[in-house]
Design a protein around this ligand. Structure first.
Ligand code: CDP
Length: 222
């Protein structure tokens, strides 16, 4: 009997565009490892802030990256980044991290340090017998897995996204992060050619997941 194919689903999009909710639902539906790469950039940011390193001090950032050891812990269906053997807590959603993460994420050395780590999540998923992985971020379909089986790009009106983030009880300047993420030189946020673009402004979560899930199920059907 042929074993079912290992599938990679890439979901990119701006802040509060619905990536996390749809990724989580797809991971349950298709037994995929859920990898939130934003949480990786947030964990690295929290660690650099803990070391009192400003994003402008490239030498200090480089030195810290050379020292930091990354690991992965799978909790439920979700891949958590370990830094020095520890999984970061809720501090990665703090106002401070919200305000700094896009500055660190724009540094090419930071992105390079995370590139192989992110691709290695496919090995983690295979080792843990997942059917594949769903990875969300800003450059998954363009840089990390350009050959992914499915590449989705989520977007929504800025007002709607700001409303969603406020409903989550978070103070987050998503417009500023989007501006920084879209204008950086390395791996800017953009819909990659060939990706399926979904406007979620007037779609609820089940409707978004329905579009994605139908495409995935069609490919997985025998
Ligand atoms: O949840 P939200 O969409 O607001 O943000 P996130 O996915 O947690 O990502 C936080 C920040 O990490 C983004 O604003 C980007 O600056 C950075 N990021 C990135 O540069 N590349 C990725 N693949 C994922 C996140």
């Amino acid at each position: 009997m042929a074993s079912s194919p290992f599938i990679i689903v890439a979901i990119d999009g701006g802040a509060a565009s619905g990536k996390s909710s749809s990724s989580r639902t797809l991971s349950e539906r298709f037994h995929l490892l859920h990898v939130d790469t934003g949480s990786f950039y947030r964990a690295v940011t929290a660690e650099l802030l803990r070391r009192a390193i400003p994003a402008g001090d490239l030498e200090a950032v480089r030195r810290a990256l050379a020292e930091i050891t990354f690991g992965t812990r799978v909790q439920g269906r979700s891949a958590q980044m370990e830094i020095g053997g520890r999984v970061a807590g809720e501090e990665i959603r703090s106002r401070e991290v919200n305000g700094h993460v896009s500055h660190f994420a724009a540094i090419p050395e930071v992105r390079t340090a995370l590139l192989a780590y992110q691709r290695g999540q496919a090995d983690v998923a295979r080792a843990q017998q997942f059917r594949g992985l769903v990875m969300e971020g800003r450059d998954i379909g363009s840089v990390i897995f350009p050959d992914a089986d499915f590449r989705f790009f989520l977007h929504a009106d800025p007002e709607e996204r700001a409303r969603r983030r406020a409903n989550e009880g978070q103070q987050d300047s998503i417009a500023e992060r989007d501006r920084l993420d879209s204008s950086r030189k390395t791996a800017p946020l953009a819909c990659p050619a060939g990706a399926v673009s979904i406007d979620s402004t007037h779609l609820d979560l089940p409707a978004v997941v329905d579009v994605m899930g139908k495409l995935i199920a069609a490919k997985l059907a025998p």
